[in-house]
Design a protein around this ligand. Structure first.
Ligand code: SF4
Ligand code: SF4
Length: 311
């Protein structure tokens, strides 16, 4: 079961919900941060918000694995090059340009598709690795595994890092623990999706069994929820909504959910204790313990919806 926790809009409380959902599934263990749980359950928390990952602040993982990730980009041997321009013609991303007697490569624009290498008639192009970020993983004190991607400062493309994170075999106990092929290993994967509705979001949500869309009852919240609903329906993923900071009196949100046949899975009221607690990096279920039960019930409802969708 893979649940993507997403929000078209940043700052809606997506990570607050994702982290406490994971904690509730794990049993709401308030272990000391210095402790590392013994056996790791088959629950994985995946922070795909690679530009600004922050779920670790709530879950305190002890990172034990770290790998660099990136793309293979072209390198030209100009002693073989005839400056025929074929490589520039086939590059859809304008990442390579050929001047009179000079080939210019713009690595930050390169998507690593390999088309230039394949099409070079002189065999003048080879591919060299370019590091764009790192993947890190380790157990949390709450008895489940945590993994995240972290993009290098100044990088423009988050998708290759998210893709690598989803393909990463963390190698626990010699098992195949890839996210995309590892559903055999992982019983539940909670994916913290980047904010927005652009390519990194699509990459993070792709393959999920259910999308939990966190929103707030404001005109901006509704606008971005609509966009997110379009994304998940395009990907064919069933979805439900969490209305955070509920109680503002904005009725349009309810109307939209009803018309779009989107189940409201949970409402969290606008409360000072929650705002203060999360600002102190305290998970929601440790601020309001009653939410452990609500989130657990929501998880069971998600399982029922997914079962119904695949029947
Ligand atoms: S395709 Fe090959 S030979 Fe032609 S300009 Fe590019 S690198 Fe040079
Ligand atoms: S690998 Fe693809 S994106 Fe990169 S320069 Fe070559 S053709 Fe362009």
């Amino acid at each position: 079961m893979r649940i993507a926790v997403a929000s078209g809009k940043g700052g809606t409380g997506k990570t607050t919900i994702a982290t406490s959902l994971a904690l509730s599934i794990a049993g709401g263990d308030q272990a000391d941060d210095s402790e590392v749980a013994g056996p790791i359950s088959r629950l994985l928390f995946l922070d795909c918000d690679v530009e600004a990952p922050n779920a670790h602040l709530f879950l305190n993982p002890h990172f034990r694995e770290r790998v660099e990730v990136g793309l293979l980009v072209p390198e030209v041997d100009e002693s073989l090059c005839t400056y025929c321009r074929r490589c520039a013609e086939v590059c859809e991303y304008n990442a390579i340009a050929v001047a009179e007697e000079c080939v210019l490569i713009f690595p930050e624009l390169c998507h690593g598709c390999g088309s230039c290498t394949l099409n070079c008639p002189e065999g003048a192009i080879s591919e060299v690795p370019r590091v764009m970020g790192v993947l890190e993983a380790g157990p949390t004190p709450h008895g489940f595994q945590f993994a995240r991607g972290l993009m290098n400062v100044g990088e423009a493309m988050a998708v290759p890092i998210i893709r690598a994170l989803k393909k990463w075999d963390m190698g626990l106990d010699g098992e195949n623990t890839q996210v995309e092929e590892g559903s055999v290993f992982w019983e539940t994967i909670i994916v913290d999706v980047p904010p927005g509705t652009t390519c990194p979001v699509v990459e993070a949500v792709r393959g999920a069994d259910f999308a939990l869309l966190v929103t707030e009852p404001t005109p901006f919240g509704l606008h971005d929820l609509r966009l997110m609903v379009e994304v998940v329906s395009e990907l064919g993923i069933p979805a439900g909504v969490v209305i955070n900071r509920d109680g503002t009196g904005y009725e349009e949100m309810e109307r939209f959910c009803k018309e779009a046949d989107l189940p409201v899975m949970l409402r969290i009221p606008l409360e000072q204790r929650i705002a203060e607690g999360t600002a102190r990096r305290k998970p929601l279920i440790f601020i309001c313990p009653e939410y452990e039960k609500y989130l657990r019930e929501m998880y069971e409802r998600i399982i029922e919806i997914v079962k119904g969708a695949v029947r």
